[in-house]
Design a protein around this ligand. Structure first.
Ligand code: ARG
Ligand code: ZN
Length: 466
């Protein structure tokens, strides 16, 4: 499933500011200027992503000096124009560009905030595959999000915690930085010998030369830019293959090792349990990156291998790995649909507790429902957080999970689990919207669910009945 870009773009011109609307591309005759556009049309992050092309593959070659915090990078993007382009944008925040070519020819470029505006020597034809090579360097700075948290390349005392939700991918590589665009990745990172660089997918090469070690990672399944990582630290590494043939790579900061060990041991059983509920695990690799990054304050479901700022508990392990189905394999088309990620991953925790000697999901639901009308839980409906500052709030996580529990109560367990599996399989490696999910739930269950979704997902305030 791919979003209908034309339709989305038309719909969005109503919601984005006028200045931005002027930047969005319009059809024009050959020979005229046709720009890609500065954003993918997301109302919360209007400059995130870009118009006019898709990236098929990123080949990132990085070198990080953990002592000076200096990053040197070469990014080779293989992309395809979705319309004629005399100019297009990439997203890049900070860093200095030392070279930029399109199909090996030097291309004019300028910086404008997070926009890197590229004018290739010759216009790109609609449908043309082209290659952009950017060399860059500098000290990466994380971005500050509307909720005050930071993400991107976050330096630690022994390396860097690298997690890009929702905006931070552009702090370490030039990207089409919106989940509507998914790509395969080769990520090669050179670090001082003794440090380990952990990215997504499978480790395909590793060599040490003159005091530096190079790690080459390959993510073959489609991945949104925000789910890429290249976390660097002093890590204890463990590698094994599960009974289902999934390649596991665990990297653990020694300061977190004692607390992490009993939790990481459960990963194979958690993935087996989630596979029974949600369908086959979507990726060929798995694992955990357990960093010691006390200033970060969150974990991220980096694809195939979540990154944790400290040793996770079992619920967090369940949560981040549930995202591999819901969020990573099935991606958002718009950040306002974030409950499709967080509500689902939170409900996975409830189900895990229910089936492993903890509280029933009903009991968890009831305890939340008991909260008074003025509680932050009811501050906004999960289907419309209203603002990028609310993406990771309690109404998205907890009330988002309540939506799924209300659905389960309405359709019964058999139909409910069929809905979850159908969502994961029909949108595998693709995208989905809230409206897509509502339609799918009605189709699979054969029930009219309008009242359930209106009440739990879309209506402001505490619902009058549980
Ligand atoms: N998706 C992550 C989780 O719930 C949270 C990411 C929070 N990001 C941030 N910039 N605050 O597992
Ligand atoms: Zn989450």
């Amino acid at each position: 499933h791919r979003p209908a870009h034309g339709a989305r773009r038309r719909a969005l011109t109503a919601t984005v500011p006028l200045a931005l609307t002027a930047l969005l591309a319009s059809a024009s005759p050959a020979g005229a200027t046709t720009t890609g556009g500065a954003g993918a049309g997301d109302p919360y992050f209007p400059l995130a992503g870009n118009g006019g092309y898709h990236v098929a593959h990123y080949d990132l070659d990085l070198r990080y000096d953990t002592a000076t915090r200096h990053l040197d990078g070469t990014a080779v993007l293989t992309a395809r124009a979705t319309r004629r382009l005399t100019r297009f944008d990439l997203d890049l925040s900070g860093l200095k560009i030392t070279g930029l070519t399109v199909d090996h020819a030097p291309a004019a470029h300028r910086r404008d905030g997070q926009e890197l505006v590229v004018t290739p020597r010759r216009a790109l034809r609609k449908g043309q595959t082209f290659r952009v090579t950017v060399t860059y360097r500098g000290t990466p700075k994380p971005v500050t999000d509307p909720d005050g948290s930071t993400d991107g390349w976050i330096a630690t005392d022994d390396g860097a915690f690298v997690a890009g939700e929702p905006q931070g991918a552009m702090t370490w590589f030039p990207a089409n930085n919106h989940p509507t665009d998914k790509s395969s990745y080769d990520i090669t990172v050179t670090v001082p010998q003794g440090r380990t660089a952990v990215a997504n997918g499978v480790l395909v090469g590793r060599r040490t030369h003159q005091g530096r070690t190079t790690f080459h990672w390959r993510q073959s399944e489609p991945m949104a830019a925000y789910l890429a990582t290249a976390t660097v630290g002093t890590f204890q590494v463990r590698q094994y293959t599960t009974r289902d043939g999934i390649r596991v790579y665990d990297a653990v900061d020694p300061r977190e090792a004692t607390a992490a060990a009993p939790v990481l041991k459960k990963l194979p059983s958690v993935l087996e349990w989630e596979s029974r509920l949600f369908g086959p695990y979507p990726f060929r690799s798995a694992g955990s990156i357990v960093d010691h990054a006390p200033d970060v304050g969150y974990a991220l479901e980096t694809q195939g291998r979540p990154v944790y700022d400290s040793a996770p508990d079992v619920d967090t392990l369940v949560h981040e790995n549930a995202h591999q189905w819901f969020g990573d394999s099935v991606s958002l088309t718009s950040w306002k649909d974030i409950w499709l990620n967080e509500g689902f991953a939170t409900y996975a925790e409830w189900l895990y507790e229910e089936q492993h000697g903890g509280d029933s999901a009903q009991k968890t639901f009831d305890a939340l429902y008991a909260r008074p009308a003025g509680d932050p839980l009811w501050a906004y409906p999960p289907g419309d957080p209203g603002d990028g500052a609310n993406l990771f709030g309690t109404p998205v996580y907890a009330r988002g999970a309540m939506v799924l529990h209300a659905l389960r109560t309405a359709v019964g367990d058999r139909a409910f689990y069929r809905v979850l599996r159908a969502w994961a399989s029909e949108h595998r490696y693709g995208h989905g919207t809230t409206a897509d999910f509502e339609r799918l739930a009605e189709r699979v269950s054969g029930k009219d669910l309008d009242a359930v979704f209106t009440t739990w997902l879309h209506t402001r305030g505490k619902p009058s009945r549980p």
